[in-house]
Design a protein around this ligand. Structure first.
Ligand code: F6R
Length: 612
């Protein structure tokens, strides 16, 4: 989704802002632009398409960049108005004295636009909601951009982060946010603004996280934050421990494959930080007492996309280990269906970015009804984390590829740990069983390393299969949830039409679509359901399907049924999802690569979905 970068200092503002925007490309965008202040004259360049188009335009225009020390930039993911040069940000006010960049949606923009046209004769040039921000600021501007910003946001509804500059104020940037991320980076003789940390990691690892309704004013040597009553606030510095290298490809062709390979490390981090010397689970950042846990009569796990798929495994784990009924819901549905939530509800939000608007809105809905809010989040200090009672971080490190991989497996690990903890504290999980599961979880990273060493087999399979157009993923038990994730991975990066279904459901309709050479990926890792899966494989084979069986080492009987087999290392049924998903991620990656797809930036997708 949209990205923001701002810089003020003595360096080359254009270079720093463009570099920062490139670090945000992974979020998905369709146009980009920059506004610069050259000694009291604002200049805006913006182009549809990749940032290279913008760079070419800037080069052609041959500005004196050495003379520009203040700039704001933007990558846009279209919501209101098609991707085009005109709709790209920054947007000018009619008199070209104010320029803004905006993430999010101004929900009442039509109402404001109408009034600005009628009462002030303002002429709009774009189809965007964002342009109203620039025009509204100019109506209120009387030489003080900060004051104008306070007046403008008092009128706006929706979710936004906004950075604004004025021609007459070449020494400051004014920004604000509501329900969309914004942070100020602390430099030496310079300061920065961004919607995401990776944009600024090259320059700073110290940040101020801006809160809803606050206005932040940046000068070269100072960052001032004001609350909604215009009072200055003091904010603790937020220190980021990861460095710029974690956000680089380090020799891999794509972030996605790098992140697939980082899973053993991420899982070790996520697990080992939470195990006491005696091997029992400690939940840092979570303060659930025995009374709290005994008081919950239901758990809701709410998330979107891949994080929702992790929630489905969370349901198996919590119901099995902690014996509490769990409902899993997609956030965009949960919030509109008047769910039964009260103070006996534990609400768990799962989100890599911690900024997904639907998840955030569902969390607020549950909170307003009295639920206890826990979140499983990767981005430290994100909105979901800040609005939760308890946060359990995934410690996957920055995830840059749009297709989520290491966030998913670390989310799974967190769900296992939460379930084990609740089961033990509640006294419904036997110590010996708990210890066996912990042992199994501890063995996962080494097993994953082994699985990744066998990557070539899957790469060869991808070469054989990449031309297919329809794929079905089937499985039983936890495999049916992993099937959903495998299918999503494949479709989002390779654009192949893929569909996941619980294997037992096939014969209730979907089997009608199976014909000669249809590809079926049959996840058959659950020992107790293995024979049932062999029957399902036979059913689709009988209709001509080409079947890839995925099974645990030792279950060689699958080779008699499947056309090809992928093995995962031996482990207990309870923890197989942590392994089973990885060959599916690799398969999706290499199929997309063979098809020449833009893997880290799939079409129409954004890394962090901050609109409804
Ligand atoms: C798919 C993917 C998305 C996200 C979803 C939720 O690979 O990444 O489906 O899982 O948009 O995002 P977060 O986890 O940031 O809330």
């Amino acid at each position: 989704m949209c990205g923001i970068v701002g810089y003020i200092g003595s360096g080359n503002a254009e270079k720093i802002v463009i570099e920062g925007l490139k670090k945000l490309e992974y979020r998905g965008y369709d146009s980009s632009g920059i506004a610069m202040n050259f000694d009291g004259k604002l200049v805006v360049e913006k182009r549809k398409g990749r940032i290279t188009n913008l760079e070419e335009a800037l080069e052609k225009a041959s500005y004196d960049f050495g003379n520009c020390h203040l700039a704001i930039g933007h990558t846009r993911w279209a919501t209101h108005g098609a991707p085009s040069d005109v709709n790209a940000h920054p947007h000018f006010s009619m008199d070209h004295r104010i320029a803004i960049v905006h993430n999010g949606i101004v929900e009442n923009y039509l109402e404001i636009k109408d009034r600005l046209i009628k009462e002030h004769g303002i002429k709009f040039v774009s189809e965007t909601d964002s342009e109203v921000v620039a025009q509204l600021l100019s109506v209120y501007y009387k030489g003080d951009l900060e004051e104008a910003m306070f007046r403008a946001i008092a009128e706006m509804r929706g979710a936004y982060s906004i950075c604004a500059i004025a021609a007459d104020e070449p020494d400051r940037i004014v920004a604000t946010r509501k329900d969309a991320p914004l942070l100020a980076g602390i430099g030496n003789g310079c300061n920065f603004l961004a919607s995401d940390i990776p944009a600024l990691l090259k320059h700073s690892r110290e940040f101020y996280l801006i809160e809803n309704g606050e206005v932040v004013v940046l000068t070269r040597n100072d960052i001032k934050i004001y609350n909604s009553e215009h009072q200055p606030v003091t904010r603790d510095v937020f220190h980021v421990s990861w460095d710029a290298d974690s956000a680089e490809k380090e020799g891999y062709d794509h972030f996605m494959i790098k992140e697939i390979h980082e899973q053993p490390k991420g899982l070790t981090e996520t697990l080992e930080r939470r195990l006491g010397a005696d091997g029992t689970v400690k939940l840092d950042g979570i303060h659930l007492t025995k009374e709290d846990i005994e008081g919950f009569d239901r758990v809701y796990i709410v998330a979107c996309g891949t994080a929702y798929h992790a929630g489905l495994i969370g349901k198996y784990a919590i119901e099995k280990f902690a014996k509490i009924p769990v409902e899993v819901d997609v956030a965009s549905e949960f919030r509109y269906r008047d769910p039964f939530v009260d103070s006996r509800t534990l609400f768990i939000a799962i989100s890599q970015s911690g900024e997904t608007l639907d998840t955030l809105a569902a969390l607020r809905e549950a909170k307003s009804k009295g639920a206890r809010i826990m979140s499983v989040v990767n981005v430290v200090g994100s909105s979901v984390a800040r609005e939760s009672d308890d946060v359990f971080y995934t410690w996957a490190g920055p995830e840059i590829a749009v297709a989520s991989t290491k966030a998913y497996t670390t989310q799974l690990m967190c769900m296992y740990l939460i379930a084990l903890y609740m089961g033990r504290v509640k006294g419904v999980l036997e110590k010996a069983y708990h210890d066996r599961i912990v042992e199994e979880l501890r063995a996962i990273p080494a097993k994953l390393e082994k699985l990744l060493e066998g990557e070539q087999v899957i790469k060869n399979l991808a070469k054989e299969l990449y031309r297919i157009e329809h794929v079905f993923f089937i499985g039983r038990g936890t495999d049916s949830a992993v099937a959903l994730e495998g299918s999503l991975k494949l479709k989002e990066i390779s654009y192949i039409n893929s569909f996941a279904i619980a294997a037992g459901e096939l014969k209730h309709g979907t089997i009608a679509l199976i014909e000669k050479d249809t590809l079926v990926v049959a996840l058959s890792t659950q020992d107790r359901l293995f024979e049932k899966m062999l029957s399902n494989i036979q059913e689709v084979k009988a209709r001509g399907a080409f079947v890839i069986g995925v099974a645990k080492e030792g279950n060689a009987a699958i080779e008699e049924q499947a056309s090809r087999t992928i093995y995962i290392p031996e482990c207990m049924d309870e923890v197989t999802p942590l392994l089973t998903v990885v060959p599916l991620q690799i398969l999706a990656y290499y199929i997309a690569k063979e098809r020449g797809c833009d893997i880290d930036k799939p079409k129409n997708l954004a890394k962090s979905v901050t609109v409804e």
